[in-house]
Design a protein around this ligand. Structure first.
Ligand SMILES: [Zn+2]
Length: 99
């Protein structure tokens, strides 16, 4: 049996396109996005040892295109600091070999 964290890790290694926390949650039938976000922090460290990297496509504002910084990248921000829009494109995750 693989642990939940391993399942998330495998999913992000196998996927062709980066996935949002929401998509990860739905595919693995997990309870909440916060579980996924917590696991992703651990996964980011563990894959580095294998010579891979958890890549984060940062969240961005769908209205003005503002890209959120890596500081808050793992979680979905609620509002754009630039135009105050709440139409936010979620951050996406994928594991790739470090190059
Ligand atoms: Zn904006």
């Amino acid at each position: 049996m693989s642990t939940r964290r391993q399942e998330i890790e495998n999913l992000l290694k196998q996927t062709d396109v980066p996935l949002t926390a929401q998509e990860i949650r739905e595919r693995l039938k997990l309870e909440s996005n916060s579980i996924v976000n917590e696991d992703l922090e651990h996964i980011a460290r563990s894959v580095r040892i294998e010579g891979r990297e958890l890549l984060i496509k940062p969240a961005s504002c769908a209205k003005c295109g503002y890209t959120f910084t890596s500081r808050s990248s793992a979680k979905k921000p609620s509002k754009c600091p630039k135009c105050k829009s709440e139409w936010i494109i979620e951050p996406r995750f994928i594991i790739e070999p470090r190059g």
